[in-house]
Design a protein around this ligand. Structure first.
Ligand SMILES: [Zn+2]
Length: 368
């Protein structure tokens, strides 16, 4: 059965100087409203011992706009400001449900600048998007087509640390499930290769990543040498952000291709939960990057499996996937990290990661 899902399409765009100015001002107001409402909520809970609702923060915003100091809030579109309050509400809901930490203030330097526009705050005509308070449509780089006849319901504009502008369009889309297949696969996350499949295939990190990582390290060293507050430091920081953005983009692109392929080719995909994996303590940069990729990979697999009528099984309990012989089930006493290949007493010759992927697959199938 085809299902209707919400899907975001993200593009670069090039604002006119006027649009860039209006957006920068809107980002500033969004940050201010978010932080002020967060302060208000924190004060109410610590001083008065009560929770403030979204409706109350919304009423407070109306009052702020009437004060001389904050009257400028009325000059930007009101919708992104309201959306900021909704995001804060969601952050608190997650906190109270113990799904997230207490919300933190948005900082000009560290938080990604963004503004969210709902249907009443933009027009969408003949594939041209015009935001409230703007004189003309955005010059969007259509790197891939929007689905035929798509009507965006929400539009999010953002600017990253590398100074690039993005617009994300949320559209309702009908997705037909893929034809059923009997195939299934287990995937093991690794440091040397990104993912090893139970089929024996090893998927490496994106091309150029090693070279980009070296450039990143060089840019970071350069940044560390610059005096705080200097112009050359700001320049060096932008350089770091640009290299980092390129690595992240390539990696995400790579993960999209991989997850789409895994979901297309298999009825069932089995992976291990990240928290299980990190029981092995390792604080290297490579590990941090690989953990971030794994989280992203898991979330992509999750929604794509749902879209296409596939099953994703996540093993959330620890088991000795590397020490177990996938052929006979014998547990090896020890399996040092350096051992890439080994032979079991039963005669089976194993590649360490492929064996682990096979054990993950078997454990996943046993759980269902
Ligand atoms: Zn064996």
């Amino acid at each position: 059965m085809a299902q209707s899902v919400k899907r975001a399409y993200k593009y670069r765009f090039h604002p006119t100087p006027g649009q860039a100015q209006e957006l920068a001002r809107t980002f500033g107001c969004v940050r201010l409203v978010y932080n002020k409402a967060l302060e208000e909520r924190t004060r109410a809970s610590t001083v008065e011992g009560r929770r403030i609702s979204y409706v109350e923060t919304s009423a407070a915003l109306t009052q702020w706009k009437k004060t001389p100091e904050l009257a400028f809030l009325s000059e930007v579109s009101s919708v992104p400001l309201q959306q900021a309050l909704r995001h804060l509400q969601a952050a608190f809901a997650n906190f109270f449900a113990r799904r997230a930490k207490y919300p933190v203030f948005k900082s000009r330097k560290k938080s990604r600048a963004s503004a969210e526009y709902t249907r009443s705050a933009f027009t969408w005509r003949d594939g041209r998007l015009t935001l409230a308070k703007m004189d003309g449509p955005l010059d969007i780089v259509w790197s891939r087509p929007l689905p035929e006849g798509a009507q965006p319901s929400t539009v999010t504009v953002s600017k990253d640390a590398a100074g690039r502008w993005f617009v994300s369009l949320l559209v309702q889309e009908t997705i037909a499930p893929l034809a059923a297949t009997g195939k299934r696969v287990g995937a093991d996350a690794g440091l040397t290769s990104l993912v090893t499949l139970s089929t024996g295939e090893k998927i490496t990190n994106p091309r150029h990543e090693r070279a980009d990582r070296r450039k990143l390290a060089k840019a970071q060293r350069n940044l560390a040498r610059k005096a705080k507050g200097s112009g050359s430091r700001a320049k060096a920081r932008l350089k770091v952000a640009r290299v980092y953005a390129r690595i992240a983009d390539r990696r995400r692109d790579h993960l999209h291709k991989l997850t789409t392929r895994l979901v297309r080719e298999n009825q069932t995909v089995v992976i291990e939960d990240l928290t299980v994996r990190t029981m092995v303590k390792n604080h290297s940069l490579a590990r941090a990057v690989s953990d971030a990729s794994w989280r992203e990979l898991r979330s992509m697999l999750q929604y794509k499996a749902q879209w296409y009528g596939r099953d994703l099984v996540v093993i959330d309990r620890w088991f000795p996937s590397s020490k177990l012989c996938s052929a006979c089930g014998t547990l090896q006493e020890k399996m040092p990290l350096g051992v890439r290949e080994w032979q079991c007493a039963c005669g089976a010759l194993h590649d360490r990661d492929v064996n682990a992927a096979n054990n993950i697959l078997a454990a996943g199938l046993a759980e269902r």
